[in-house]
Design a protein around this ligand. Structure first.
Ligand SMILES: NC(=O)C1=CN([C@@H]2O[C@H](COP(=O)(O)OP(=O)(O)OC[C@H]3O[C@@H](n4cnc5c(N)ncnc54)[C@H](OP(=O)(O)O)[C@@H]3O)[C@@H](O)[C@H]2O)C=CC1
Ligand SMILES: [Fe+3]
Length: 486
């Protein structure tokens, strides 16, 4: 039995056929404990046609109307006796020892452990393994712990629909999977009971894969905002006494957002380039990447989505520009001055081109980023072939990076022509922000050179292996005694 958490297996469709054979009379399920989880689970089970017997230490204490009428409320012993085979342990693991008296009654039954861990780094065995040790004549299945009582009540329309299951008994797992499927969930087999620890810790994680990307985005924003403030507001104030602190709330945020979007988009493609360079340098793909590179490669989707968020916010901010008092003030003043002086604004052919190029590249870049974000959704990505997915995420991703870079460069160029207002100020953060994307695009172009890309393709197909990984250690290539490949 596998204990590989990285390759969960969706339990087979055949369960559906078995599920259809379940009748309420033959399939009473017992639930020990009469708390929140028990109440929600019993509601769901009754709705799905199961008979339910809830076992409580004191039935009289259960408030009337708390459970559906169809649910049989009884003592723990009576509930266990009514169960055909499944017994849900809807109580906290510290209370498991109080059930030791039911050991013989529970023998041969499947105990479903729904409990969760309370701390991340405990050295103790999982709750499910402890339960299995306490009841050696029963079979323990870990599952349903990642499903909230609320999701159980609403019938899997809200919240996660996956029920992760693990057990040392394939038959027991199959039976619980069948029940989960009938309740409208997707059972996912994650292996044997030694995976229970990982399952129990799952509810303790809060967006684990987003922590690094969110922190990176936040630090980038902080950096660009501070840099823009010092160069664009503080220095002009010190040097020329020019008070432009009003720019802190809108302009500076709107200038920092595209910088963050551009740099984080470059950070999405940078680890792929590092990986390619590393493979070229090592001359083999049969060596693991350093841990930091592995972690970075795994966070590309999150970085890309955050880049899209910043770009979208920049788009919204830019659309709101005409609503600002300062914009209206400047426009009306300029028009008034021109009318007063009797001069007409000359047609600036180059300026028109620049602005159109700037707006158009920005809109196209944002559009492609939106497409990338949509295809990164599992439901959309699942219907694409690997080739289609790579084309969109890599091919179109580089197109989005190029367009965003062009948008920023043209903006800088535009600004250079209107810099009279801020003699000290040329959007400095923009100049910094374009450096990394430029480097990424240049490296990518180098990898596209025919000789380099052909060598990389040979390495990635496993045809080439050089000095860094001796041929004899190569997993796919064997050498005979004379040293030639066979
Ligand atoms: N609530 C949720 O959304 C989720 C809960 N879970 C898990 O489900 C389990 C139950 O959670 P929940 O229903 O919320 O908890 P509650 O506190 O609401 O209910 C716990 C029940 O345990 C029973 N119990 C049995 N023996 C004892 C004892 N010695 N001392 C105290 N109580 C005892 C009690 O029922 P009685 O008095 O009738 O015997 C009590 O109602 C936990 O392990 C939890 O981690 C998992 C996922 C989600
Ligand atoms: Fe812009």
């Amino acid at each position: 039995m596998s204990n590989d958490m990285s390759a969960p297996l969706l339990l087979e469709e055949e369960d559906r056929v078995d599920a259809a054979n379940v009748t309420s009379s033959s399939s009473t399920v017992a639930i020990l404990g009469s708390g929140d989880f028990s109440r929600s689970l019993s509601m769901r089970l009754v709705a799905c046609g199961y008979g339910v017997a809830v076992g409580s230490r004191c039935v009289k204490r259960i408030a009337p109307g708390l459970f559906l009428d169809a649910v049989e409320l009884s003592s723990q012993e009576a509930a266990v006796a009514k169960a055909k085979s499944l017994v849900f342990m809807a109580l906290f693991p510290e209370h498991y020892p109080s059930l030791l008296g039911l050991r013989s009654a529970l023998a041969g039954k499947i105990l479903v452990d729904v409990s969760n861990a309370v701390e991340m780094n405990s050295n103790r065995p999982s709750n499910a393994e402890q339960l299995a040790e306490m009841f050696p004549d029963s079979v323990v299945v870990k599952g349903f712990n990642t499903i909230s009582a609320w999701t159980l009540q609403t019938g899997a329309q809200d919240g996660s629909r996956q029920v992760l299951l693990c057990s040392d008994s394939a038959e027991a797992k199959h039976e619980v999977a069948q029940l989960a499927r009938r309740m409208g969930f997707y059972p996912v087999d994650v292996g044997s009971l030694c995976c229970a620890q990982e399952l129990e810790r799952k509810p303790l994680h809060l967006f684990p894969s987003w922590r690094g990307p969110v922190l990176t985005t936040y630090l980038l924003f902080f950096f660009f905002y501070c840099y823009g403030f010092i160069r664009g507001i503080l220095l002009p104030y010190i040097a020329y006494g020019q008070n432009s602190f009003y720019r802190l709330v809108f302009d500076l945020v709107n200038e920092s957002l595209p910088c963050v979007a551009l740099v984080s988009l470059a950070l999405v493609y940078l680890p792929g380039l590092f990986a390619a360079w590393l493979q070229l340098w090592r001359g083999t793909k049969y060596q693991r990447f350093p841990c930091w590179l592995d972690a970075w490669l795994l966070r590309r989707k999150q970085l890309g989505l955050l880049s899209f968020l910043c770009a979208a916010l920049h788009g919204v901010y830019s659309l709101c520009l005409p609503l600002r008092t300062i914009t209206q003030h400047r426009l009306i003043n300029a028009a008034y001055s021109q009318v007063k002086a009797g001069v007409e604004m000359p047609w600036d052919e180059q300026g028109v081109w620049r602005t159109d190029l700037y707006v158009s590249s920005g809109v196209l870049g944002l559009g492609i980023l939106a497409l990338l974000a949509i295809t990164s959704l599992p439901s959309v990505g699942n219907i694409l072939t690997w080739r289609e997915f790579t084309f969109i995420q890599s091919g179109l991703g580089y197109a989005a990076l190029t367009l965003s870079l062009m948008h920023t460069l043209v903006f800088g160029w535009n600004f250079a022509f209107s810099s009279q207002t801020y003699p000290f100020y040329m959007p400095p953060s923009y100049m910094l922000a374009v450096a990394l994307p430029c480097a990424v695009l240049v490296c990518r172009c180098f990898l596209l050179l025919p000789c380099v890309s052909a060598r990389l393709a040979r390495i990635r197909r496993g045809w080439e292996s050089t000095r860094k990984c001796p041929v004899s250690q190569h997993p796919r290539v064997r050498v005979d005694r004379t040293g030639s490949q066979v």
